[in-house]
Design a protein around this ligand. Structure first.
Ligand code: ADP
Ligand code: MG
Length: 220
């Protein structure tokens, strides 16, 4: 049984008379302790795939299983419950609540996953270089700080599956190395990590690289 199994996913978007097939039969799996990098040109379907496998979006065809539990074709409430227990998620739209400070966002994430551990907050913020910004609100952060805060939130509860969209897009080299350290620590702990990325450094450290093009997997 895999941490994540995606089977024949299809997703279509309609704008006026135009139809975009963002996903055209995408199947892949993610094993516990595996780091998988999702690559491919802009518009190839990476973000759509991450939304579908986390249950934030519902595919038009196919299904997704999370540790053997069907995630697709369920009520919003059930998907939310499965998501809270299984995933840490950082999408391009961000994952910070604007009315909460960085530290409060981390605590909330731990609470939602029923894994509250205040002792872990400071070391986690320190490791992404944001300890001095713990009391800041998201609107007060720079682009790079927002990305790092978002990643800290996604990592906060040691989720069985981490899904992150371009997690190192706005960070410098040193920070990228530190973040790679986090992903490798997850591998050691037997936790699964799925990253959409343009970073060569990140793809090189992955166990597998899946390349998407026009909504199809062209290499795994
Ligand atoms: P990537 O993340 O690889 O850049 P996306 O998954 O964002 O690719 O997009 C795949 C395709 O689906 C693109 O053609 C994009 O324009 C389209 N698309 C994605 N989301 C939407 C949406 N909400 N409405 C309409 N079209 C969308
Ligand atoms: Mg994208």
């Amino acid at each position: 049984m895999h941490a994540l199994d995606a089977h024949e996913l299809y997703r279509f978007f309609h704008i006026g008379d135009d139809e975009t097939a963002a996903l055209r039969g995408v199947s892949f799996h993610l094993g516990a302790g595996e780091i998988v990098a999702l690559t491919g040109p802009s518009g190839s379907g990476k973000s759509t795939l991450l939304s579908c496998v986390t249950g934030l979006d519902e595919p038009d065809g196919g299904h997704v299983d999370v540790s053997g539990v069907r995630l697709t074709r369920r009520s919003e409430a059930e998907r939310t419950r499965i998501r809270a227990g299984s995933f840490g998620i950082l999408l391009q739209s961000g994952n910070l609540f604007g009315h909460l400070t960085v530290e409060q966002n981390l605590r909330l994430q731990m609470l939602l996953a029923e894994k509250e551990d205040r002792e872990r907050i400071a070391p986690l913020l320190e490791s992404v270089g944001l300890l001095h910004r713990a009391a800041a609100f998201p609107s007060e952060l720079s682009g790079g700080e927002t990305a790092r805060a978002g990643l800290a939130v996604a990592l906060a509860a040691d989720p069985p599956i981490l899904v992150a969209d371009e997690p190192t897009a706005e960070v410098d080299r040193d920070t990228e190395s530190r973040l790679i350290g986090h992903f490798e620590a997850r591998r050691e702990a037997g936790l699964a990590t799925l990253l959409a990325t343009h970073s060569k450094a990140l793809a090189q450290r992955a166990d597998r690289v899946i390349r998407l093009k026009d909504g199809r997997i062209v290499r795994d």
